[in-house]
Design a protein around this ligand. Structure first.
Ligand SMILES: [Zn+2]
Length: 405
């Protein structure tokens, strides 16, 4: 078995599937209103490594689910507009046209990085019935309440262990404060009983795009609702590993844990694994910081996306360094060797499926070794690259790589 740093227990834990030889893993998927940058994609690489490690080294079957957030991601939880709708308006498309476009772009980027697709990749907008059902269950059990305007809130005080993931405590969550990574605050909302309660369902006019009728009123599910409902539906009520970027730890995962555990009556996720922020030029890579790098940007500079994968593998998930030109270019030289090896390994056939082919490539893969331990390496995975037994034939040159200028 292998070991990973668990955000909730704050220690390295041995990972064993709870039920038989099937490891169930959920990863929060992309928001389908913009391109994923390489920092976002690095979080998906973490899930991919865990999966390949479990399958290839530990001979486990792995069942994964990764949602597509095409509704309910709000600029501000209480008052903000749905980001999909806002961006659709800005780009002059319908919400679903926009969402499908960015979903396709995300899948192409994942393919270029040889990230294997999840077995389940539900679009939130197609499963709102599940979310309504879950919210109804939470209301019935006394964990949630509707407000007069037709929204529904989770009653934070009904879940005593709230805060175990992030260290935030209910008393410390300030009413009206901005919410974000590591920020302990929540916006205000009409009819909300307690400052730390959060929205599960937001009322909206029926003529708005992406709304659904519900027993408490027409509206749409808020983002946190979706991951609980979809993970429980596709993976069952015991999930071995839940992954995501560290910025999802609070409030998203904290809220998700409270919802899932409250509706089932037990701890659903056994291990929470988070990847660190990616720093670029010393700052967190984010659209707001205007330092975003896309997979397409690497290709524009003649760098193979698999070189980025290798550079990330060399770096470790716990480290924050960015995809600087030099490491990526250096890694480019090794990708051909990796690709060769991947084709010869068990599972190689499946690995190659869906990989965007280029001259000199047969698809790359890396094999993960057990997690490194130590406080300096949360969620760190040390990757051992297995060298091919024979050099690649001359007729299949390695990928082109040159340093960025
Ligand atoms: Zn999620």
């Amino acid at each position: 078995m292998f070991r990973l740093y668990d955000t909730r227990t704050r220690q390295v834990e041995t990972i064993r599937p709870a039920r038989g030889g099937l490891l169930r893993m959920y990863s929060c998927g992309p928001a389908a209103y913009r391109y994923a940058h390489v920092g976002n994609l690095r979080a998906y690489l973490l899930a991919d490594l865990i999966r390949r490690n479990a399958e290839h080294r530990h001979h486990l079957a792995v069942l994964t689910c990764q949602n597509i957030t095409d509704v309910g991601d709000l600029a501000d939880e209480e008052a903000g507009e749905d980001k999909v709708l806002a961006e659709a308006r800005a780009e002059g498309r319908t919400a679903l046209e926009l969402a499908r476009f960015y979903e396709d772009a995300f899948r192409a980027d994942c393919s270029a990085l040889n990230l294997r697709p999840a077995e389940h990749s539900p679009r939130a907008s197609e499963w709102t019935g599940l979310m309504i059902e879950m919210i109804a269950g939470l209301i019935e059990a006394g964990h949630a309440y509707p407000t007069p305007d037709g929204s529904v809130y989770f009653d934070a005080r009904s879940f005593p262990s709230y805060g175990e993931l992030s260290g935030n405590r209910l008393a410390e969550l300030r009413a009206g404060a901005a919410r974000g990574a590591g920020e302990a605050g929540r916006g205000g909302g009409a009819g909300k009983r307690f400052h730390a309660d959060w929205g599960l369902w937001k009322s909206a006019p029926a003529d708005r795009e992406l709304t659904w009728p519900a027993p408490w009123g027409t509206g749409f599910p808020v983002w946190h609702t979706e991951c609980s409902a979809l993970s429980l539906h596709d993976l069952g009520d015991v999930i071995d590993i839940h992954t995501g970027g560290i910025d999802l730890r609070f409030p998203h995962h904290e809220d998700e844990r409270a919802q899932s555990d409250s509706v089932t009556g037990h701890e659903v996720v056994r291990h929470w694994v988070h990847g660190e922020h990616l720093l670029f030029d010393g700052r967190k890579m984010a659209k707001s910081a205007q330092n975003v790098v896309l997979v397409a940007d690497l290709a524009d500079r003649g760098l193979d996306p698999l070189a980025l994968r290798l550079a990330f593998l060399e770096q470790g998930q716990a480290e924050r360094g960015g995809p600087d030109a030099a490491p990526v270019a250096r890694a480019g030289g090794g990708v051909g060797l990796l690709a060769k090896q991947a084709g010869a390994r068990p599972g190689g056939r499946a690995d190659r499926r869906g990989v965007r082919r280029r001259p000199g490539h047969s698809g790359g893969a890396a094999i993960a070794a057990p997690a490194r331990e130590g406080p300096g390496c949360p969620a760190g995975i040390e990757v051992r690259v297995v060298r091919p037994r024979r050099p690649a034939p001359r007729s299949r040159p390695g990928p082109r790589s040159r340093p960025m200028s």
